[in-house]
Ligand binder design. Structure first.
Ligand code: DAH
Length: 370
């Protein structure tokens, strides 16, 4: 076969190669160690100088042609593959966007974000603690020793046999153990809120076995009940986004606070000629003077709790409060059955949920709906 016919046959076969694998086997057939073009190159050594002067350039030209043809075919195949990929992966940007966002922020998450925003503005950090808690942090360190009757008020889920520091493990019944953990871990002064899940063996329209609380704790020097009242008032005004919130502090009892106060909230509404009545938030409030809603528990942290948490109660004092997050959400956003919070019904979530873009901020309103 002449060099010319070898060349034209090689170029024709390269041009007809259908994929990268076929092309590679052609490269080996022509240019590989045992390839036909390589074999031709080897014949140069045995030629006379005159012969070599004629044949040399022709053989080298053939090798160059074949090399170029292989590269050109490879580029063409790659280009075709890319074009095909682009065609199948094409996105039609003119298609309409989905009608509504797929997910929503649960009202409990929304309210927790609102609380974090409001309290951050007052200098509070967010603290957390374990949901699987030991008896000591959940009860004993909060001034509820083994025999304390207040323990019976918490319908506690205990773990069967796990013991820790001589006490059983349990699902925390309130967020108050985070008070103890915060004092132990960071010392004083402290300003924290601790939102989270809590558990009690209880279930009806207003109780679920898991619910949410937020705990507040301030420890510093010279803290008194006035600080507590101002803080709660400022918090509730920001949360309900109205200035006419009024608080009523009733004497109460919690083992971990002394004195203890239960806080009721109401707000003043114009009743035409009659002036101002105190009315219950979200309730009917037909009976002026009885429009108070029991909202949260609080008090000055019992010195025994401060002591058991490793601080000197003669040096450090403080206040604490605990409030149900689900209850706050129900009051603010008007749901009446707590159980629906945890059913996962997408219709409920679509109705009561919030847009992820609607972050609570103090400037735009902590409860703004998109
Ligand atoms: N831990 C209490 C409960 O779950 C709520 C509570 C009351 C928390 C008074 C406090 C407090 O910090 O001072 O019922």
């Amino acid at each position: 076969m002449t060099i010319d016919s070898m060349g034209s046959e090689a170029l024709a076969r390269i041009a007809a190669a259908e994929d990268a694998a076929a092309l590679e086997s052609l490269r080996i057939e022509f240019l590989g160690k045992q390839g036909s073009v390589s074999a031709l190159l080897k014949t140069l050594g045995a030629m006379s100088p005159d012969e070599r002067q004629v044949e040399g350039p022709r053989i080298h030209a053939l090798r160059q042609q074949v090399t170029d043809a292989l590269a050109a075919r490879k580029a063409a195949l790659d280009g075709a593959a890319l074009a095909e990929k682009l065609a199948t992966e094409r996105l039609d940007l003119t298609l309409p966007a989905p009608q509504s966002p797929r997910g929503s922020v649960h009202p409990v998450s929304q309210v927790m974000d609102e609380l974090a925003e409001i309290f951050a503005d007052l200098g509070f950090a967010v603290a957390t603690g374990p949901e699987i808690e030991d008896d000591w942090h959940n009860f004993t360190a909060l001034n509820m020793p083994e025999s304390h009757p207040a323990r019976a008020m918490h319908d506690t889920f205990y773990f069967p046999d796990a013991a820790h520091n001589g006490g059983r493990m349990l699902l925390r019944t309130h967020t108050s153990p985070v008070q103890v953990r915060s004092m132990q871990q960071q010392g004083a002064p402290i300003r924290i809120i601790a939102p989270g899940r809590v558990y009690r063996s209880d279930s009806d329209a207003t109780h679920t076995p898991m619910f949410h609380q937020v705990e507040g704790l301030v420890i510093d020097k010279g803290i008194h009940l006035g600080h507590l009242k101002w803080t709660l008032e400022t918090f509730l005004k920001a949360f309900f986004e109205r200035e006419d919130i009024v608080l009523r502090l009733r004497p109460s009892y919690f083992p971990f606070t002394e004195p203890s106060v239960e806080v009721d909230v109401g707000f003043a509404v114009e009743t035409g000629k009659g002036g101002k009545d105190r009315r219950v938030l979200g309730g009917s409030g037909d009976d002026p003077g009885h429009g108070w809603m029991e909202l949260l528990g609080s008090g000055m942290v019992n010195r025994r709790v401060i002591e058991m948490s490793g601080l000197d109660p003669d040096e450090w004092q403080g206040f604490a409060f605990g409030v149900g997050v689900d209850r706050l959400a129900m009051l603010k956003y008007g749901m009446d059955d707590l159980r629906a919070f945890f059913d996962g019904d997408v219709r409920w979530l679509a109705h009561y949920g919030f847009s992820a873009f609607d972050q609570p901020t103090l400037s735009a309103g902590v409860g703004a709906r998109a």
